[in-house]
Design a protein around this ligand. Structure first.
Ligand SMILES: C[S@@+](CC[C@H](N)C(=O)[O-])C[C@H]1O[C@@H](n2cnc3c(N)ncnc32)[C@H](O)[C@@H]1O
Length: 209
């Protein structure tokens, strides 16, 4: 039986507010605390361009679309197809584009580069867990490193970055790498992360030139 069968406060809130996943409240808290969606790189007159890696079932994308309305363009990427059940037309419009595929492959990389640059790169991508902490943390780190490479290649100077990592692996090098590239680099665990979960988030704010 799944550990997470009982809906908790955050799952019920997501249901009421028509978000497909409770993970939206992790992003909301990080945005409210660190201004993720107001990167220095973005001018008021132009849309904020966001790359959302590991976007399915779509809560983070939906949060950006609802929050910024016409002032946003989101490119979502995931191995799985996007669920259109929640979007009420938002995913259909000109402010959203979705690529289905593996973010670590050359083909998807080319498609992402074609839509760059971005003001915010966010990655909630997570591997399917095996129950073996060594394997799971290694796979999570591989995805997080790929996300940082996207930040290197597609993020504008003054842009922001957020990435999920499973704790316990050798992720200190990743945080060091973020601190080298951004004015501020930090680790943060939002309240909506499950107590039993070993995930956390690394943030890079204000990309250096
Ligand atoms: C926790 S979910 C993301 C939830 C999403 N942020 C939301 O709010 O709805 C993690 C996602 O990462 C995706 N993922 C894992 N490995 C991936 C890869 N190599 N390329 C693209 N997506 C990947 C999974 O398919 C899964 O949908």
């Amino acid at each position: 039986m799944s550990l997470y069968k009982q809906p908790d406060y955050w799952s019920l809130k997501a249901k009421t507010e028509h978000y497909p996943a409770r993970s939206v409240y992790k992003l909301q808290e990080m945005n409210e605390k660190f201004g993720l969606f107001s990167p220095k790189a973005a001018k008021k007159s132009e849309p904020v361009k966001i790359l959302d890696l590991g976007a399915v079932p779509g809560s983070w994308s939906l949060y950006a679309l609802r929050l910024l309305g016409k002032r946003v363009f989101v490119l979502g990427v995931d191995l799985a197809p996007l669920s259109p059940d929640y979007d009420r037309g938002l995913f259909e419009g000109e402010h959203y584009c979705f690529l289905q595929g593996d973010m670590t492959t050359g083909e998807i990389q080319q498609a992402i580069l074609a839509q760059s640059p971005f003001h915010l790169v966010m990655s909630d991508a997570a591997p399917g867990t095996t129950g073996n902490p060594g394997v799971d943390t290694f796979r999570s780190l591989t995805l997080a490193e790929a996300a940082l490479e996207y930040a290197d290649r597609t993020l504008l100077r003054g842009g922001n970055f957020v990435v999920k990592v499973f704790q316990g692996g050798d992720s200190s090098g990743l945080l060091k790498g973020i601190r080298k590239r951004f004015k501020i680099g930090k680790s943060f665990k939002p309240q909506a992360c499950r107590r039993t979960s070993f995930e956390t988030y690394y943030l890079g704010l204000d990309k250096l030139g």
